[in-house]
Design a protein around this ligand. Structure first.
Ligand code: NAD
Length: 481
């Protein structure tokens, strides 16, 4: 049994849930405790009590703790990648990449902990000086989704701690294994008791406490748009002071392929962006917007390349695409595949669920490519969050840009072109937080800002030094010596 970590102790919960391997549903990864609301309240109180002690340590002490966590993640990369692949279904090479990324994030913020600075300005008043400094926000609730079970917790926990905040972390129900392993590492990093708390369980049960307890000053959330709206409503509507909040939500990311694209590069970007990690990435390229003159060659290249997308057990050698995360996500993917066909799109490749792989029962789905789609179709409007992509044929670059931006989302967007002029134009005019030129829409660096605009995000950026905007609060002091 894996327990919650609250106020420095490992505690059994109100009940527990089995963590099931999506590559083989007979395989139980482990039993994980689900916290009660009273335990969530205890975690917030412990964090509030610990935060001033953590903030009072030297920046070097905070830096060393974060560096220690990063080093242990690096040292245990293989073992943690195996756990990640087993509980989430991400193919092992991608899972190993995610562990590395989580380690790099802790290392990066170990450095940032030493670089918290301010500004010293003159005043309009004689003899007065003005000091601008950054202080911790206080207690931060961290709520994460299942699709990056280590990287997303890392990119929220590391900056929260680096800037002197205390943390209550609630991971997604489907992936408590990686969250627990990370918490166990953090529990040995020398933080004052109560600085970091792990509260596992259902969001809708624990949300009331984690979002509305007056001891919580800030909420950082990544997940679906509908849950994001609830988080925002709680943060603003709760009694007393509102909580600061940051939301990273869905995407419907376009990859534009122009006439002058290198066809092999275009296909490689689209295959990676649309289907790797089983398409379960908020930055996945789900709309492939292709100009007329290159369209047929691109589709032929895609159909050909998709033959190499070996679907299988996430941990089996040779697997490129692991299973979908669970039964309900698989049903959602299949519902959208059905809708695509009903609305007149042509299924050019894949789209079949396989109940078994090598005799193992799991949630296997052959990546699906739709062609002859229109921007108005449901499959081009709503986030599917699976290995399903659509090709939209357009006349020229002008129409491509219009279609790319015709979405409520704005997380990531890409263009494949060999023209500097086209690259510059799309970089400027794509309405997204992140723009990729001749690169997949998914796959980002750990040391630079991450986030979107429009319906994809709300609040300051995550990662890189821009993370300070959310995890600190600014104080302006006027000093008359
Ligand atoms: P989800 O919204 O169902 O759950 C996310 C988290 O919110 C989970 O921990 C869940 O327990 C919690 N939660 C649910 N109801 C809650 C409530 N009422 N109060 C408080 N917490 C609650 O999302 P998911 O299915 O885990 O993840 C998939 C979604 O995440 C997709 O929409 C995807 O695009 C998005 N995502 C976005 C990014 C990004 O950075 N923009 C990154 C990864 C995933």
């Amino acid at each position: 049994m894996h327990h919650n970590f609250i106020a420095g102790e490992w505690l059994a919960g109100a009940d527990a849930a089995a963590n099931i391997n999506p590559s083989d549903t007979r395989d139980i990864v482990g039993q994980y405790a689900r916290a009660s609301q009273a335990q969530a309240r205890t975690a917030v109180a412990a964090a509030a009590a610990a935060q001033p002690r953590w903030a009072a340590l030297t920046p070097m002490q905070r830096s060393e703790a974060l560096d220690h966590i990063g080093s242990e993640l690096l040292a245990r990369q293989g073992e943690l990648a195996d756990l990640l692949a087993r509980e989430e279904g991400k193919a092992l090479p991608d899972a190993a990449g995610e562990v590395l990324r989580a380690a790099h994030i802790f290392k990066f913020f170990a450095g940032e902990a030493l670089r918290v600075g301010g500004e010293l300005l003159g005043s309009t008043r004689a003899n007065m000086t003005v000091e601008i400094s950054r202080e911790p926000v206080g207690v931060v609730t961290i709520i994460t989704p299942w699709n990056f079970p280590l990287a997303i917790p890392a990119w929220k926990i590391a900056p929260a701690l680096a800037y002197g905040n205390a943390v209550v972390f609630k991971p997604a129900e489907l992936v408590p294994g990686c969250a627990w392993a990370l918490a166990e590492i953090i529990s040995r990093a020398g933080l004052p008791t109560g600085t970091f708390n792990l509260v596992m369980g259902r969001g809708r049960e624990l949300g009331g406490v984690l979002l509305e307890d007056p001891g919580v000053q800030a909420i950082t959330f990544t997940g679906s748009e509908s849950t994001g709206r609830k988080v925002a409503q709680s943060a603003v509507g709760r009694p007393g002071a509102m909580a600061k909040f940051q939301l990273e939500m869905g995407g419907k990311n376009p990859l534009v392929v122009l006439d002058d694209a290198d066809i092999e590069q275009a296909v490689a970007c689209a295959i990676n962006g649309a289907f790797y990690s089983t398409g379960q990435r908020c930055t996945a390229s789900s709309r492939l917007i292709v100009t007329d003159a290159i369209h047929d060659r691109f589709v032929a290249g895609m159909v050909d390349a998709m033959k190499n997308l070996v679907v299988g057990d996430a941990r089996a050698p040779g697997t490129v695409i692991g299973p979908v995360v669970d039964q309900s996500q698989l049903e959602q993917d299949l519902r959208y595949i059905g809708l695509g066909t009903q609305e007149g799109a042509k299924l050019a490749s894949g789209g079949n669920a396989m109940e078994q792989w090598n005799g193992q029962p799991g949630f296997y789905l052959q990546p699906a490519l739709f062609t002859e789609t229109t921007p108005a179709m449901t499959i081009n409007r709503e986030e599917i969050f699976g290995p399903v992509a659509s090709v939209i044929r357009v006349k020229d670059a002008d129409e491509a840009l219009k279609v790319a931006n015709d979405t409520p989302f704005g997380l990531s967007a890409g263009v494949v072109t060999q023209s500097l002029k086209n690259a510059a134009r799309f970089k400027r005019e794509l309405q997204a937080g992140m723009v990729m030129v001749n690169a997949p829409t998914a796959g980002v660096d750990p040391h630079v800002p991450f986030g979107g605009r429009k319906g994809s995000s709300h609040g300051p950026r995550e990662q890189g030094r821009y993370a300070a905007e959310f995890f600190t609060t600014v104080k302006t002091a006027y000093v008359n010596p």
